[in-house]
Design a protein around this ligand. Structure first.
Ligand SMILES: Cc1cc2nc3c(=O)[nH]c(=O)nc-3n(C[C@H](O)[C@H](O)[C@H](O)COP(=O)(O)O)c2cc1C
Length: 444
């Protein structure tokens, strides 16, 4: 059965999502690396009883990167710091499978799960920026399809390592001098296409057993991976219709993989602009929009096409032929954008302008915002939302003005019912599968 509560996450995005959000008069230009700001935002989100905080990440920058990409914390580091100042809210960090080792990542997330008392989540990404390879001693960036194959095997290894300790393996019997019951530790002995990992992990089984898996794929491969393997999907949906169509598609895929679709949460990212009235919210939006320049349009476009530089093309010529670049980068967005370009015969200028001025959904009074959230939730477009704060103070306003309305309508929790991220999402602790015949042998 679908949960009757909206899930809410907040993305710690410092100076903001687009190229010009940082220019808002109230935004500290050092926000992306401000522990104090993140502690305040975490406290506010936790006061609002949000399900989780989310930290995005990438591993390569150029002159086209957005300000938040240029100066940001490593996700597990900032989440570990916040684990110490929060008590309930989930802590979800992004780590790429293309430039890391499963043993390290299993260990980092198991550590975060222990440090936070069971609040860790992992946003599994494959990296869309090709020149990330240059920062990791690699000649080439893996192709799109390969990246998702790596991701599937990588997740097998990480989850296998999380299962390499049985409950109660750490005996700690001082009398007998027995620290471990080694029969309760299991080697993984994983040996397949991309990874060879023996195990077991050097940290005991975590409070959640398995930290929660997030994903954000939009292409065919990405949707299948997310539908089969993730607990929650973070998506960007410009409007209700697109969100509803993504929702129906991915839920059907999850059912096709034999899963209960209600155990997979689809969470569009939104950046609400909340005023006392609809008119005041419009005014706030116009002030923000006035800061926009074509830089944002160029930047968002480059982000889809592997950081491609679009500034040297004729703005008034037809949109350039860059499909091959996008298909190996943000494939889902490339397909969607090029369909729009072809249907409307758009020039580069029209696309750049559209990206720069794209109107954000969710602008209005607290009631208007609550109505819209309820519509998306009840009419099959979302199981919850991940909030971006574009204007300083909007998170607080959401917590103080919108959350109470959602509560009144029975759409959001009054208090946390449990302590772990799995508790908040209503996901049980999965069985430890250490005994399954995936070539596992006793540790000693
Ligand atoms: C809302 C959202 C957040 C994302 N966050 C990250 C991120 O933090 N780091 C990253 O490398 N990719 C991130 N991605 C990109 C995805 O991991 C993925 O590369 C992208 O959606 C393209 O997937 P596709 O090729 O399956 O279409 C995000 C995507 C979306 C939609």
């Amino acid at each position: 059965m679908k949960s009757n509560h909206i899930k809410l996450g907040f993305i710690l995005h410092g100076v903001g999502f687009t190229w010009n959000d940082w220019r808002h008069p109230d935004r500290d230009v050092n926000a992306s690396t401000s522990l104090r700001l993140y502690q305040e935002q975490a406290a506010t989100a936790e006061r609002g009883k949000f399900d989780f905080l989310f930290v995005a990440d990438s591993l390569s920058i150029t002159e086209r990167s957005s300000p938040h990409y240029l100066d940001r914390f490593e996700p597990v580091s900032i989440l570990s710091a916040l684990a110490a100042t929060t008590s309930h809210i989930g802590l979800v960090g992004t780590i790429t499978v293309s430039y890391s080792e499963p043993f390290n990542v299993a260990r980092q997330l198991a550590s975060l799960d222990h440090l936070s008392g069971g609040r860790a989540g992992w946003n599994v990404v494959t990296s869309w920026l090709g020149d990330t390879a240059a920062n990791f001693s690699k000649a080439d960036h893996p192709a799109h399809a390969t990246r998702y194959r790596i991701a599937a095997e990588y997740l097998d290894v990480v989850q296998g390592l999380w299962d390499s300790w049985e409950e109660g393996a750490l005996v700690g019997d001082k009398e007998s001098g027995r620290f471990l019951d080694t029969s309760k530790l299991h080697r993984l002995d994983h040996d397949s296409e991309y990874f060879r990992v023996r195990g077991p992990l050097n940290i005991k089984r975590t409070p959640q057993g398995q930290p929660v898996i997030f994903q954000a794929g939009a292409s065919e491969d990405g949707r299948n991976f997310a539908a089969q393997r993730s607990d929650a999907i973070f998506t960007l949906a410009p409007g209700f219709n697109q969100a509803a169509s993504y929702y129906a598609d991915v839920k059907a895929r999850a059912a096709g993989f034999g899963r209960d679709p209600h155990q997979l949460f689809i969470l569009p990212g939104i950046s609400p602009i909340i005023g006392d009235t609809d008119e005041q919210a419009e005014k706030l939006y116009r002030e923000l929009a006035a800061l926009e320049t074509l830089t944002t349009g160029y930047g968002l476009l480059s982000r889809i096409f592997n950081d491609h530089d679009f500034t040297s093309y004729d703005l008034d010529a037809p949109f350039p032929d860059v499909e091959h670049i996008g298909l190996n980068s943000q494939q889902g967005d490339t397909v969607r954008l090029l369909a729009e370009v072809r249907a409307e015969n758009l020039t580069l200028r029209q696309v750049v302008q559209r990206f720069s001025t794209r109107r954000r959904s969710f602008i209005g009074s607290p009631e208007t915002i609550a109505d819209e959230l309820q519509r998306w939730f009840e009419q099959g477009a979302a199981d919850g939302f991940v909030l971006f704060e574009t204007i300083p103070g909007q998170l607080e306003r959401f917590v103080d003005r919108v959350v109470p309305i959602l509560r009144e309508r029975g759409l959001f929790r009054v208090d946390y019912e449990g302590r772990t991220l799995r508790d908040h999402l209503g996901l049980g602790v999965p069985d430890n599968r250490y005994g399954e015949p995936i070539s596992r042998r006793p540790f000693a």
